[in-house]
Design a protein around this ligand. Sequence first.
Ligand code: SAH
Ligand code: SF4
Length: 362
Amino acid sequence: LPDGRRELVGMTHAELLAEMVAIGEKPFRAKQLWHWIYHQGARDFAAMNSIAKPMQAKLAERFVVGRPEVATEQTSTDGTRKWLFRFRDAQQVETVYIPEDDRGALCISTQVGCTLSCSFCHTGTQKLVRNLGVAEIVGQFMAARDSYGEWPTPKGGSGDDDGRRLSNIVVMGMGEPLYNYENIRDALIIIMDHEGIALSRRRITLSTSGVVPVMDLCGQELGVNLAVSLHAVRDDLRDELVPLNRKYPIAELLAACRRYPGASNARRITFEYVMLKGINDSVAEAQELTRLLRGIPAKVNLIPFNPWPGSKYETSTHASIQAFADVLSRAGYSSPVRRPRGRDILAACGQLKTETERARRG
Ligand code: SAH
Ligand code: SF4
């Protein structure tokens, strides 16, 4: 911070401990602060009533417990909520909450923009790109919890995880998480920590366009659920839709899926497949897909293409999506068609892009 105070959110256990030792405090302080920050959701040292007043003051002189600034918050008629968060350098990202009956998933961003420029994705057209820091990633979840009043227990809820509306995280917002791996790793380790937010790795799904070498690390170090943006069954087409395919072609990508630890019938790998009219949506391609996925515990998420201003594709027809899904389900793959959510607030997959960028480009 400009005033020399340091942000505590985003520090690992070890870093927080080092900070306490540096100001002459006992190690138990780190544990105490962790509980206040990540279990209770406290933002103000004065609210940390297990800490003596003079100590609270000492901490407040040196540290802050921050949140990203909420630039805008919109709630769709279907309950989807979208935030535009602004960081200290004025860069912004979007975060979306997708409700599902008594629970729901928070879709978090990992980069401002994305360097990968998939041809159907709005985020990939954004010019400014930088990685988000650990605090900026964890902060999206913490700010969403603030917004729903779910610290330390859900309002009127039972106190266990199931009572929370923010029950799951999908790392599917702006950016390619595996191009910002160390920060997303540290952020998820904080979010999964048992003494804090304590979200189980089974409730977290990370989506990648296929950064093969980092997929292995992700499996070993985090063991979260994996989603892979496949979108095509032939390399020539995937090269065009997902340019990263030129580096890590389909065969290598699927080999990485085959060796992903923890994948089983109970924990399948999700393959995302955006349905583009006349491009990748034929029955022959569905058949080829079932052949490619053989031997992988997989399910396929069919995502009707979400158009954005200036996009060059059209959404597949309902009938062709149905025919595609039928081929998959006859081969034994669960193949839900993802309903677009939050259409009225441009919150659907691939539509995320900051307002300032939209305005600048007209
Ligand atoms: N970079 C990661 C995660 C963010 S994108 C990845 O690509 O997997 C999240 C999902 O939205 C991906 O499957 C992506 O291919 C999909 N997507 C992007 N643009 C879309 C659009 N316009 N319509 C539908 N899905 C889209
Ligand atoms: Fe980046 Fe994912 Fe969009 Fe591709 S689909 S440009 S990897 S955010």
